[in-house]
Design a protein around this ligand. Structure first.
Ligand SMILES: [Zn+2]
Length: 82
């Protein structure tokens, strides 16, 4: 479940001033923030090294492109942590 899905499942309708608003409790909002943070960590290739899909060279998390073939367009596939 994503943070957005969690909020959608926990929110309730309210009509302050006659206008529809969706409200979530602070507890639910904080949990959604926590979930979003975890998602970001899980999606960050930077936590691991990566292999250039073109030439197969292995790079550290701080290297954002392949210096050998200048490949920064293709999707990097994470490899074992280095
Ligand atoms: Zn390369």
């Amino acid at each position: 479940m994503t943070a957005e899905e969690y909020i959608a499942s926990e929110r309730h309708e309210d009509y302050p001033g006659g206008r529809l608003c969706y409200m979530v409790s602070e507890e639910d909002a904080l949990k959604a923030i926590e979930m979003a943070r975890n998602e970001k960590v899980n999606n960050t290739v930077g936590m691991q090294g990566w292999i250039c899909p073109k030439c197969g060279r292995v790079y550290s998390p701080t290297t954002s492109m392949c210096s050998y073939c200048s490949n920064d367009k293709e999707i990097f596939k994470p490899c074992c942590g280095i």
